[in-house]
Design a protein around this ligand. Structure first.
Ligand SMILES: NC(=O)c1ccc[n+]([C@@H]2O[C@H](COP(=O)([O-])OP(=O)(O)OC[C@H]3O[C@@H](n4cnc5c(N)ncnc54)[C@H](OP(=O)(O)O)[C@@H]3O)[C@@H](O)[C@H]2O)c1
Length: 336
C-alpha cells in the first residue's frame, strides 16, 4: 500500500517521503480501513520523529471504508463508511490502509461527503470530552445550563469550532476569542454570542459585556500569557479545562485557590493510550456527533482542501498548521 512517512522532525521538502508498505491484517478489535480523506491537526507536527528515531506514519483524523474486520469485532462490517481520530501510539492515517480499534470508530455522518466527515473526529472528541467529561457540563440539560457562561480561548481553531457549536446546543452563553476579522466572522457563524480578542485585555472585554466573571473557561490555545487573566475572569467555584502544555511555571494558587477553581486537563488520546475501561465512549461520542450533523444541528468545519494524499501535500498541511492561523479544518483527500 501507499504511505507517507516522516523521516525527520521538519516540514521542509524531503522531511516526509512517499513509500510502499505491506498491507496490514486486522485481528482482535481492529478494523482495516481504506483511507479516503484525512484532516490535519497540530498534533501531526508535534509528534514527528526526533533525530535518530525510526520513520513514522503520522496522521490521526480520517474517513474511509471498512475493508476487513478482526475476529472480536462486533460493531462494524465490511463496507461501512466510518470516521475516527485514531490512537497516537499506533501508525496513523497517512497511508492507504490503517488498522484502528473499533471502539474509537463510528459510522460517519450520512449527510456529509468523505472530505467534510474527515474534518470532524479529533476536534469533536476533544471538544466533547473537554466540555462534558472534564468540565462536567450536562449536554442533555440545556435548560439547566441557561444563564451559564463559557469562555472559549481559540474560537476559530479546529477544536474551538466544534466546542462553540456543542456549547450552544448545551444551552450556554458562549464568548469566543478571535483576533482577526475573518476568524471573528467564522466564530459568529458557528454560534458564538460574543467575540473578544485574546491579544487584548480579556478581563476588561468580559466586563464590557456586562459579565463580572465566567462560569467555565475552555482554553484551546496558548496558556502561559493568559494564565493571570483566566484567574481574574473565572467565577468563584468555576471550572477551567486546558488542552495544551504550558512552558513557564504557573501559579496554581493565587486566584485559583481563593476561588476554589476546578482545573482539569483534556487529552483526546488518553482513552486509547491507556486502554481505559470506558474506551468505547469515543465510539459513542462520534455516533452522537454524526447524528447531530445529520439532524442539521452541527455545521461541518472543513474550510480548506488539498488533493491527493501524498508527501508534498502533507508537508504543505504541516506548514499551514505550524503557522497557527488556521480557521476550521484542512482536509487532504484521494490517492493518485
Ligand atoms: N489535548 C488534546 O487532546 C488536544 C486536542 C486537539 C488539539 N490540541 C492542541 O490544542 C491547540 C489548538 O488546536 P486546534 O486544532 O484548535 O488549532 P488550530 O486550528 O491550529 O488553531 C488556530 C487558531 O488559533 C487561534 N490562535 C492563535 N494564537 C492564539 C492565541 N495565542 N490564543 C488564542 N487563540 C489563538 C487563531 O485564531 P485568531 O486568528 O483569531 O487569532 C487560529 O484561528 C494545539 O496546540 C493542539 O495541539 C490538544
Amino acid at each position: 500500500m501507499k504511505a507517507i512517512q516522516f523521516i525527520r522532525n521538519s516540514s521542509e521538502a524531503g522531511a516526509a517521503v512517499d513509500v510502499e508498505l505491506p498491507l496490514p491484517v486486522a485481528g482482535g478489535y481492529d478494523l482495516l480501513v481504506k483511507i479516503e480523506a484525512i484532516a490535519m491537526n497540530p498534533v501531526d507536527y508535534k509528534v514527528r520523529p526526533a533525530e535518530g528515531s525510526d520513520p513514522k506514519t503520522l496522521g490521526f483524523d480520517a474517513a474511509g471504508t471498512v475493508v476487513g474486520v478482526g475476529d472480536e469485532v462486533t460493531l462494524f462490517a465490511e463496507g461501512d463508511e466510518v470516521y475516527f481520530a485514531g490512537d497516537v501510539t499506533r501508525p496513523g492515517t497517512n497511508a492507504e490502509y490503517q488498522l484502528v480499534d473499533e471502539r474509537i470508530v463510528a459510522k460517519r455522518p450520512t449527510t456529509l461527503d468523505v472530505v467534510k466527515s474527515a474534518a470532524l473526529p479529533l476536534t469533536a472528541l476533544t471538544a466533547w470530552e473537554s466540555l462534558f467529561d472534564r468540565l462536567g457540563i450536562d449536554f442533555d440539560n440545556a435548560n439547566g445550563n441557561v444563564g451559564k457562561s463559557l469562555l472559549i480561548i481559540g474560537g476559530a481553531g479546529g477544536v474551538g469550532s466544534m466546542a462553540m457549536q456543542l456549547a450552544k446546543l448545551a444551552g450556554l452563553t458562549v464568548i469566543a476569542t478571535a483576533s482577526r476579522s475573518e476568524s471573528s466572522e467564522w466564530c459568529r457563524n458557528l454560534g458564538a454570542d460574543h467575540i473578544i480578542n485574546h491579544h487584548g485585555d480579556m478581563p476588561e472585554q468580559v466586563r464590557e459585556l456586562g459579565l463580572e466573571t465566567v462560569d467555565y473557561i475552555a482554553n484551546f490555545n496558548e496558556v502561559d500569557k493568559v494564565w493571570e487573566a483566566m484567574g481574574e475572569m473565572i467565577a468563584p467555584q468555576g471550572s477551567l479545562v486546558l488542552i495544551t502544555g504550558h512552558r513557564s511555571h504557573l501559579d496554581m494558587v493565587g486566584a485559583f485557590k481563593m476561588k476554589s477553581v476546578r482545573i482539569c486537563w483534556e487529552f483526546m488520546f488518553t482513552r486509547s493510550m491507556f486502554g481505559t475501561y470506558d474506551l468505547i465512549e469515543q465510539h459513542e461520542i462520534l455516533k452522537r456527533v454524526a447524528n447531530l450533523v445529520d439532524e442539521g444541528k452541527i455545521i461541518a468545519t472543513a474550510n480548506e482542501t488539498l488533493s491527493p494524499i501524498n508527501a508534498e501535500n502533507i508537508l504543505e498541511g504541516h506548514r499551514k498548521l505550524e503557522a497557527g492561523s488556521s480557521i476550521g479544518k484542512l482536509v487532504i483527500s484521494g490517492w493518485e
